[in-house]
Design a binder for this molecule. Structure first.
Ligand code: N01
Length: 537
């Protein structure tokens, strides 16, 4: 139903994922009114939509959780080292219940427009349903992986079976029993799904375009003893996490991979693969894996060796080994449970669609250049228009009606990853230009929300209502983000970090790679200097 007059708030928050929820909680604490507008029919953001089989977080549950309320972290018990999607969603619901947040969250409210009104100095926000809002501040908590890449294969409409995208999965699940299933995409989503689908389906064909590196999660239940021990020292664990580059509790080795003997190197990699808990720990095995090509190649060789040892069919193993043009970890590392082992099953095939590209979907399956595959269900795990997609899909207009889409035509431009020159009182949480997806998102969200809440509170105390990033400050920040990224191996990969997975998207490294402590120091100094680089009024 359309509201005749726009509802008025101090802030409109777009998105009810981890960021939007904590922002709402924080604004309430300082006595501001806020409305959260959420496109989905439930809260949880990425954890609401990505409910494909096997979906779980690749950051450990004890770290991928809010730290702002000690009672919450003491009372919530995670059941596994890496939480599943349903468990994370239960947690988000518990947070909303505990802090009575739902009354300020509007579901099924997809924001289509956010326009800065020069006359009123406020933001006018509209949803697809025609509801209108006005607010002093608009806070984009829109997430980095919220716009799925729609499958664009000719003939899809003719397909007589079922098809699903990993990020828009049917709420009731999908039964693969007795089915011939085709899975397109071998990023984190595909890698998590393949083992589960293979167990259920008659047959699974994995269509792989680029082999990526995957490391074992070494997932396991969290025992009451482990939970009690962590909870006894939770504050310390959080503090330690704050001081790591990625904002989560990973033991980092401060040696170069090239300064140790071959034996020590293998021992360290082996420890990370198996003993130390698996997952992203592998990226911290040495301090230069993402800086030095030689060091990186050592890690890449180690993982390729593991793939060859696990996968019995040498042709499949060879195909699954990432090639030398993809440095280890420069595309997001996949964290799996039995991914490579899945290819030893007699009901699983692997097709190289780089060598034999997919031409079309047919009524009964899928045709590559050389042959046809009969399929009952096609699963697209083809990824997202990451980091910028959610923002550019909204008609955002700042001063003089300037559009954010136009401004970001050649890549995202922000000051500190938080604000955009020409778009006063608009903020972006944990998006491009900040550590974001290279860090524990929940930690980076808390950092941004706390910074922003303090900022808005201070402005109000000074009787001010406007804050806007200056153009020179934004230009300097964009140059700095690029300069730091160029010191690493990241920009060499065709990753979604670079926008390279979306045809026509500008090739720009989007997150800020210097690490969470360096970033936190910068944003805190900016605040201490009276919001240097911003104009306030
Ligand atoms: O998406 P992706 P994702 N024909 O972009 C392939 C987070 N996440 O949903 O590499 C054939 O990584 C594409 O091939 P290529 C995490 O940050 C986290 O898997 O472009 N193939 C690639 O293999 C992750 O990085 C978790 O050549 C096509 C795949 O599809 C991010 O989300 C779990 C194709 C896309 O991989 C995105 O992961 C899940 C085409 N036309 C996701 N188009 C955890 O926390 C694309 N591909 C564990």
């Amino acid at each position: 139903m359309s509201s005749p007059t726009p509802a008025s708030y101090d802030a409109v928050i777009v998105g009810a994922g981890f960021a939007g929820i904590y922002q709402l909680y924080s604004l309430r604490k300082i006595g501001m009114t806020a409305r959260v507008l959420e496109a989905g029919s439930g809260i949880g953001g990425t954890w609401f939509w990505n409910r494909y089989p096997g979906a779980r977080c690749d950051v450990e549950s004890l770290d991928y959780s809010y730290s702002f309320d000690d009672q919450l972290q003491q009372e919530w018990d995670w059941s596994e080292r890496y939480a599943t999607q349903p468990e994370i969603l239960r947690y988000v619901h518990e947070v909303a219940r505990r802090f009575d947040l739902m009354r300020d969250i509007q579901l099924n409210a997809r924001v289509t427009e956010a326009h800065f009104n020069e006359g009123t100095g406020r933001w006018d926000v509209a949803t697809a349903a025609g509801d209108r809002f006005t607010a002093t501040y608009v806070i984009m908590a829109t997430g980095c992986l919220s716009i799925p890449q729609a499958p664009k294969f000719p003939g899809l409409e003719s397909f007589k079976g079922r098809w699903h995208h990993s990020a828009d999965w049917p709420a009731g699940g999908v039964d693969f029993k007795g089915q011939k299933v085709g899975l397109i995409g071998t990023g984190s989503s595909g890698v998590q799904m393949a083992p589960i689908i293979a167990e259920q389906a008659d047959h699974l064909t994995v269509f792989q375009r680029t082999a990526n590196f995957s490391v074992p999660a070494q997932n396991e239940p969290l025992t009451p003893e482990v939970l009690a021990e962590v909870k006894r020292h939770y504050g310390e664990r959080r503090k330690l996490a704050l001081d790591t580059a990625t904002g989560h509790f990973l033991i980092a080795n401060d040696k170069s991979a090239m300064e140790v003997t071959e034996e020590e190197r293998q021992k360290e990699f082996e420890f990370r693969w198996r003993g130390a808990g698996g997952g992203f720990r592998m990226l911290r095995a040495f301090n230069d894996l993402l800086l030095n090509k030689q060091s990186n190649e050592k890690a890449a060789d180690f993982v390729r060796g593991k793939i060859r040892a696990i996968v019995k069919d040498p042709v499949k193993a060879d195909l699954l080994c990432p090639k030398s043009d993809l440095p280890f970890g420069t595309k997001r590392l996949c964290v799996d449970s039995d991914y490579y082992e899945t290819f030893n099953r007699p009901n699983v095939d692997l097709v190289d669609v780089k060598a034999d590209p997919i031409i079309e979907v047919t009524p009964t399956g899928l045709r590559t250049k050389s042959r046809e595959y009969q399929l009952d269900t096609i699963v697209f795990a083809t990824g997202f228009d990451a980091m910028t997609g959610a923002l550019t899909s909204i008609d955002v207009r700042g001063r003089d009606g300037a559009s954010l889409r136009d401004k970001w035509e050649h890549g995202p431009r922000t000051y500190l990853g938080l604000a955009v020159a020409g778009f006063p009182n608009m903020f972006v949480l944990a998006g491009p230009g900040s550590p974001s997806v290279l860090s524990n998102m929940v930690h980076s969200i808390e950092l941004h929300v706390d910074w922003l809440t303090t900022c808005l509170s201070r402005l109000r105390a000074e009787g001010k209502t406007t804050i806007e990033a200056s153009q020179p400050a934004e230009d300097q920040w964009v140059a700095h983000v690029n300069e730091i990224a160029d010191r690493t191996l990241y920009p060499t990969a065709n990753s979604w970090y670079m926008g390279a997975n979306v045809p026509g998207k500008p090739r720009v490294f989007m997150p800020y790679v210097a690490g969470v402590p360096a970033y936190r120091k910068i944003v805190n100094e900016v605040a201490e200097k009276g919001y240097e680089g911003f104009a306030t009024a």
